[in-house]
Design a protein around this ligand. Sequence first.
Ligand code: GAR
Length: 190
Amino acid sequence: MKTRLGILISGGGSNMRSIANACEQSNFPAQISLVLSNNPDAKGLQFARELGLQTSIVDHRNFSAREDFEQEIQRHLIKAKVEMVCLAGFMRILSPFLVGEWQGKMLNIHPSLLPKFRGLDTHRRALDAKEKTHGCSVHFVTTGLDQGPVIAQSAVPVLADDTTQALQARVLNAEHLLYSRIIKQLCRQL
Ligand code: GAR
């Protein structure tokens, strides 16, 4: 039986698309059961629909309390019989409620070599710090922002003439390879 994934996105959804591509392989141990976005205008939602994936929108602006927003997300995840949650560019901080519901079964991909550069604007900060290497990390989600246990990382070189855009593109390529590889590994163990 394939593990049922719920992918949470807020934007372009390129990680979601690369996971969807991986799921096309017959020997991949997971399938996408739901793509959920807090942002109704997320480009990734359109791609998900084109791929024939089930989508949900839970717009955080419609909720005055964070827990009500997360209860609604949880309702959608349960309805879609999701077994593992993958945050893929989901730009809302989660409270102990949702994190607690998915302990050990919620992953995030972050565009830095954690513990370096938690939070936003990681590529600009890596350039400012004159890092020689940068990259991405897949980690379990805990209540501390980008602080959960790191499962795996992928490093890329920082080039002398790098712009944030060039570095971001190089890291994003590495993200696409890393996330599917780790999902494959973890789902085989479930
Ligand atoms: C990715 O670089 C991801 O690592 C990052 O947002 C981008 C989403 O791209 N996530 C975070 O910064 C989370 N703190 P995508 O929508 O094309 O997958």
